[in-house]
Design a protein around this ligand. Structure first.
Ligand code: COA
Length: 376
């Protein structure tokens, strides 16, 4: 049987850091509340479009795998905050990394988009449709955040990560997964103003307001991630003691602690990024996975459990066998263009735009180098 090993990994975090103190300059909140209720201290705010984050992460993952764009058969772009709907975002990455032979499509299951993409990419390799697949998780949540709503504005940040999946006979990559959706609760996490139906309801596109039942999402997230993890372990014949590291979606430290407890994992087995990046939606789990590998927390052949949860309400858990290599085959010099503004300045720009609604997004996003070249 063909398996889909993770042979390349890369991340891209925008450099501008938004602290809890920054948020308290325009919201009725404080560092103590955010830290004790969520575990978050900082998050990143992007000065470039989401696709630029995705391209840098993808080039790093390709270099890590020792592959070039033309080796890739399929690009999967997991996101719910695409820069544009048509053409799709995956084709934009495909063009810029030179994946001339590849197929490309976007996946949106909100925060679990990367994890669902990982399942699809693995299936494509198992069925012989593709040998090398690039799976991306990327979000530019800052652009559609409801910045004057303290219930949600403190929780999210921007970022991207990507992995390369490669066909192998060795039993590596995704060993088992559970995918599910609590569609009856889909209305408890809703972004008004993103999507065509809102124009008919008198909400101008981009004037986003979030419907967000935090406590109910919290309960469903704990239930979904822990039950999916227990299910995956039972079906694969492993126990939580066999798992070397849990790399969960990071929406709230208290959610992660509750999931770990229910799944029987001690917190020293859980890899955390929530304190420095917050919830980056679909980028969260892959960024954490990349950081876990980079910081030496993933040993050759280790079993990694990745529970995730998102709007929809989608949920998932993946049991992954890491390969023998934990270091990159190569590196790349690619990076984002410099950021001239603070995170707070970028956020205040977005807030001001929401009031006037006239400026175009490019007015406060720095275009990436390749986009500038494409425009001549
Ligand atoms: C949102 C969340 C952090 C709120 O934490 P909580 O402990 O449930 O807090 P509550 O909702 O009970 O609110 C407690 C109080 O804090 C207030 N509060 C909410 N956000 C606040 C903030 N940023 N700063 C200060 N106070 C805040 C509330 O208004 C409420 O005040 P009240 O008691 O006067 O009404 C938590 O429910 C959560 O993480 N939910 C999951 C959300 C999520 O991540 N969704 C994405 C899924 S991928």
């Amino acid at each position: 049987m063909q398996h889909a090993a993770i042979t390349g990994w890369g991340k891209c975090l925008p450099p501008a850091v938004l602290t809890n103190q920054d948020l308290a300059t325009f919201l009725p909140t404080d560092d103590e509340w955010i830290t004790t209720r969520t575990g978050m201290k900082e998050r990143r705010i992007s000065h470039v479009p989401g696709i630029e984050l995705a391209i840098v992460a993808s080039e790093r993952a390709l270099a890590c795998a020792g592959l070039r764009g033309e080796d890739i058969d399929l690009v999967i772009y997991g996101s719910c905050s695409n820069d544009e709907a048509v053409p799709n975002s995956a084709s934009g990455v495909q063009q810029r990394i030179g994946a001339t032979r590849a197929a490309a499509f976007d996946v949106n299951t909100a925060c679990t988009s990367f994890m669902y993409g990982l399942s699809i990419g693995t299936s494509m390799i198992r069925s012989g449709v593709a040998r090398n697949v690039l799976v991306i998780g990327v979000e530019l949540i800052s652009q559609y955040m409801d910045w004057d709503n303290r219930n949600v504005a403190v929780l999210f940040g921007d970022g991207a990560a990507a992995v390369v999946l490669t066909a192998t006979d060795r039993e590596e990559g995704v060993l088992a997964e559970k995918l599910q959706c609590y569609a009856d609760s889909r209305q408890i996490l809703r972004v008004r103003g993103m999507g065509t139906m809102y124009a008919n309801l008198g909400v101008p596109f981009g004037q986003t307001r979030w419907d967000f039942d935090g406590q109910e999402i919290f309960r469903k997230a704990v239930q979904g991630m822990s039950e999916a993890s227990i299910d995956v372990l039972q079906r694969s014949g492993f126990s939580i003691d066999d798992v070397a590291l849990v790399v969960p979606h990071q929406a709230n430290l208290r959610i992660i602690e509750a999931v770990a407890k229910r799944a029987g994992a001690s917190m020293d087995k859980v890899f955390l990024t929530v304190q420095k990046y917050g919830n980056m939606s679909s980028a969260t789990a892959p960024v954490a996975l990349v950081e876990a590998v980079e910081s030496g927390r993933v040993a050759p052949g280790a079993l990694v459990l990745m529970p995730a949860f998102g709007g929809g309400l989608t949920l998932s858990s993946h049991l992954i066998r890491w390969g023998q290599r934990t270091t990159p085959l190569g590196t790349t010099a690619i990076d984002l263009p410099p950021c001239e503004r603070t995170a707070l300045e970028i956020v205040n720009g977005i807030r001001a735009q929401k009031v006037t609604g006239h400026e175009e997004a490019e007015c406060f996003l720095t275009l990436g180098y390749a986009e500038q070249q494409a425009r001549g």
